[in-house]
Design a protein around this ligand. Structure first.
Ligand code: UDP
Length: 415
């Protein structure tokens, strides 16, 4: 199919650039989602433009990911990193830039799919002017997040209003788990159209290396038990709970153990501060000799670390969906996670890992110990996890559900 026969769609992700390296302060699940979905949709026959904000003047304005799928960086505010709480004031320029781009390139988008509340606002403005159907994925919900935050940021009221307006007026909301749909209904609005389509993972990339191969590659001995965390350094990720749980583990000192806490951090930024805080706890608890902070894990090394781990721990206080747990499970590694949000949907406790109450160090310690002390059961959990991911969480499967939804929304908007 050539570009002329393809329907054009715009994916909008104002603060989550689909073309950047993942793992830093504000680059996480949303960036991965937009890029993977965009690429898979292009394979299914759509012409995909992904719009994001230029957050570094040295980055290229256009990144072609593959034929029919590209990232377009627009100037909205200064071309430097801006924390997401401060981006809203530049969203009106973003709207104007999308309009300009559309005119210059003679684009006629059949549909827009927006991501996160900042892009929801952009989408609602564009839809008013161009009247195309709009699909939205929240990625994170203020209504849920603020329940566990002591001091909501200044943008909280505006965010909650936009999240509500979006649910009530977008053509369709994509909830990534049944739990998210319930939250939307109970905390945001009873009005509006919601369909459940999960996030996905690359089941060919994750799972491409065996436990033994991965351990040899990373130089871990066969006896050593590897407890693995990967993700952003953010207090809501609950890394402190993991460190305290390892301290309470009954196996510690009896079997060789290594705690790996991976993810990028920049000294002086908020993730650097959190890394410092965690390092201090590690020191205070006397865990320095078994703990490592390898920094950002590249895309190429992600499957190796996941596969080498005996258990992957996801101790988040709140997790709207959570790509890390499904990447771990696709790699055949069981997950010990907090029983919150998307984890309640992706991890089946006692089958693909264990779920425990968030912030409960004791419960995390016991769950980790149960898995580490029975390698046969550990392997069984890992096998079950891999099968569940193959069956329900591949990007191809997710994109084909989205493609079907887009088709229906476009048809309806004609009627
Ligand atoms: N990630 C990565 N390298 C790192 C740390 C994280 O590539 O060093 C990726 C990770 O594999 C996952 C994403 O960043 O795909 C994090 O997404 P998740 O939904 O788990 O958390 P979020 O960051 O969105 O809260």
């Amino acid at each position: 199919m050539n570009s002329h026969n393809r329907k054009q769609i715009a994916l909008i992700s104002v603060h989550g650039d689909p073309a950047v390296d993942i793992g830093g302060e504000e680059a996480g699940g949303q960036n991965v989602y937009v890029r993977q979905v965009g690429e898979a949709l292009a394979q299914l026959g759509w012409e995909v433009d992904m719009f994001t904000r230029q957050a570094d003047a040295n980055q290229p304005r256009l990144v072609a990911h593959q034929p029919h799928c590209r990232t377009i960086r627009l100037t909205a505010g200064p071309e430097t990193f801006i924390p997401r709480q401060e981006i809203f004031e530049h969203c009106d320029s973003f709207v104007e830039e999308v309009m300009k781009w559309g005119q210059q390139q003679e684009r006629k988008y059949a549909l827009i799919h927006t991501n996160y509340w900042l892009s929801a606002w952009v989408g609602l403005q564009l839809r008013r002017r161009l009247s195309f159907p709009m699909v939205h994925t929240y990625h994170s919900l203020g209504a849920v997040k603020y329940q566990s935050v002591k001091e909501p940021p200044q943008t909280a009221t505006r965010r909650l209003e936009i999240e509500k307006a979006c649910l009530e007026t977008a053509d369709c909301i994509v909830a990534t788990s049944p739990q998210e749909k319930e939250y939307l209904r109970s905390l945001v609005s009873s009005r509006g159209n919601i369909e459940i389509i999960p996030c996905g993972t690359d089941i060919n990339h994750f799972g491409s290396v065996s436990y033994q191969q991965a351990r040899e590659k990373l130089g871990f001995s066969p006896e050593e038990k590897i407890i693995y965390y990967v993700g952003r350094f953010d207090p809501r990720k609950g890394i402190e709970t993991l460190v305290r749980a390892v301290h309470q583990s009954k196996l510690r000192g009896k079997v060789p153990m290594r705690l790996i806490i991976a993810g990028a951090y920049t000294p002086g930024q908020s993730d650097g501060d959190e890394k410092e805080r965690i390092s201090q706890i590690v020191q205070e608890l006397g865990l320095s000799d078994i703990t490592e902070f390898p920094g950002r894990i590249s895309d190429e090394n992600l499957p190796v670390y996941f596969a080498a781990a005996d258990v992957c721990v996801v101790p988040s206080h709140y997790e709207p969906f959570g790509l890390v747990p499904i990447e771990a499970m696709a790699s055949g590694t069981p997950v010990v996670g907090s029983a919150v949000g998307g984890l309640n949907f992706t991890v089946v406790s006692e089958e693909t890992g264990l779920l425990v109450p968030p912030k409960d160090e004791q419960a995390f310690a016991e769950a980790i110990d149960r898995i580490l002390s029975d390698s046969q059961w550990r392997n069984q959990l890992g096998e079950n996890a891999r099968k569940r991911m193959e069956n329900e969480f591949s990007w191809e499967g997710v994109a084909s559900q989205l493609s079907d939804l887009y088709g229906r929304m476009i048809e309806q908007s004609k009627g």
